[in-house]
Design a protein around this ligand. Structure first.
Ligand code: HEC
Ligand SMILES: [Cu+2]
Length: 374
């Protein structure tokens, strides 16, 4: 099913986004029910269309009826006598070679009990089977999160959808509370050696409706203002899984991309330790940091451990540990970062960070500071 791959980040290799290549139990349940429904409906389609085509060809009108009945001019005001009728011009102009069967209607059958029972019972059975299978799939996919316990190997993350990026707060892992926030790139542990490591996401929205959809890990679940939804998945195949906001949420909806990195458990543990640690604290001798803190950046962005405590925009504490900027839109290189600080509207038009028109000195200092946020 490689035909389902899409280009996720421009310039990157083709990435697999196919629902037909599941890597997580809920995604597997969904593909199973999809294939079953497709198979049943395809069978019905083939049978119905087959009978239709058979009838069209088998019972088509054969003998040429010459001359044709006067179809033209049958509009308003035409005398009734010109309309074709069994005794009208249909027969008058016909030769003697017309067979009796061409003139008569087929046998009219009314009220066959066995047939009526059959064509009521069969669809009812099919619908019943589909209802049962769908209910079982929903049961498997829609699991409410358990309480975190120590030794449960389970990750709990709160996801907040925002125009047009994702905020992730790591709540618990393996029973241990965390509570730090990061953005746009979700890291989760892989199941390994028969130890399942499920991931439970709590989905919320800060503005409009969004939808969390990583096709190979699970189904779409909406993030709705004023409502809390849940999603779970688990994978034993480390790697990068891509997705996309699946509910139109404004201008940059198409660039609200999802990146889920399924890491081997020890790699994930060290990522977690690194990510929860704060950045270097406020230091009056740090010119680059002072330049950043003089700007309004700190009203929107937080850098944990410093006086930058904005909660409106992506947390920048470990900005440089992310591979991409602006929700998976461009790769996180020094050049792109410079372009972003210069004018985010050039890279992501309409995004909710304005251009500040920093002079070159300030921009370079701010950039230098961002590059230290490893
Ligand atoms: C009005 C609030 C606001 C201010 C002020 C602001 N930003 Fe932003 N910033 C945002 C928003 C919103 C985003 C996310 C944009 C998106 O991806 O759609 C963002 C994204 C970023 C990103 C990319 C983060 C990522 O992980 O993708 C960086 C870097 C950044 N801002 C740096 C800065 C710097 C440096 C300043 C100060 C010069 C600043 N911002 C000021 C709102 C703000
Ligand atoms: Cu969205």
């Amino acid at each position: 099913m490689s035909g389902f791959s899409l280009l996720a980040v421009s310039g990157h290799p083709r990435q697999n986004l196919s629902i037909f290549d599941p890597a997580s139990p809920p995604a597997e349940s969904i593909v199973n029910v999809s294939v079953l429904v497709l198979a049943i409906t395809a069978f019905i389609f083939v049978v119905v269309e087959g009978i239709l085509l058979y009838s069209v060809f088998r019972f088509r009108r054969r003998a040429p009826l010459t001359p044709q009945p006067p179809l033209a001019g049958m509009g308003e005001g035409e005398p009734e006598s010109r309309l074709p009728s069994p005794s009208g011009p249909w027969e008058r102009g016909l030769g003697s070679e017309v067979r009796e069967s061409d003139k008569s209607e087929p046998a009219q059958v009314y009220g066959s009990k066995p047939i009526e029972i059959a064509w009521t019972a069969a669809p009812a059975m099919i619908v019943f089977v589909l209802v049962l299978v769908t209910a079982r799939t929903l049961w498997e996919v829609k699991v409410s999160p358990p309480e975190p316990r120590s030794g449960d190997n389970t990750l709990f993350v709160t996801v907040v959808g925002r125009q047009w990026w994702w905020e992730y707060t790591y709540d618990h892992y393996d029973g241990q509370p965390f509570g730090f926030t990061t953005a746009n790139e979700l890291h989760v542990p892989a199941s390994e050696d028969g130890v399942p490591r499920p991931v439970y996401l709590t989905l919320k929205s800060a503005d409009v409706c969004h939808s969390f959809w990583v096709p190979r890990l699970g189904g779409k679940v909406d993030l709705i203002p004023g409502r809390t939804n849940h999603l779970w998945f688990q994978s034993d195949r480390p790697g990068l899984y891509l997705g996309q906001c699946a509910e139109y949420c404004g201008t940059q909806h198409a660039n609200m991309l999802l990146r889920v990195s399924v890491d081997p458990p020890d790699e994930f543990a060290s990522w977690l330790q690194h990510e929860r640690s704060p950045a270097a604290p406020d230091d009056p001798a740090n010119e680059a940091q002072r330049a950043f803190q003089r700007q309004s950046c700190v009203n929107c962005h937080a850098v944990r451990g410093t006086s930058a405590r904005g909660t409106y925009a992506p947390d920048l504490t470990h900005l440089m540990s992310r591979q991409t900027l602006a929700s998976g839109m461009v790769s996180n290189t020094t050049d792109n970062l410079r372009l972003w600080v210069d004018d985010p509207q050039k890279l992501k038009k309409g995004c909710l960070m304005p251009a500040f028109g920093l002079d070159q000195r300030d921009r370079d200092l701010v950039l230098r500071y961002l590059l230290t946020l490893r």
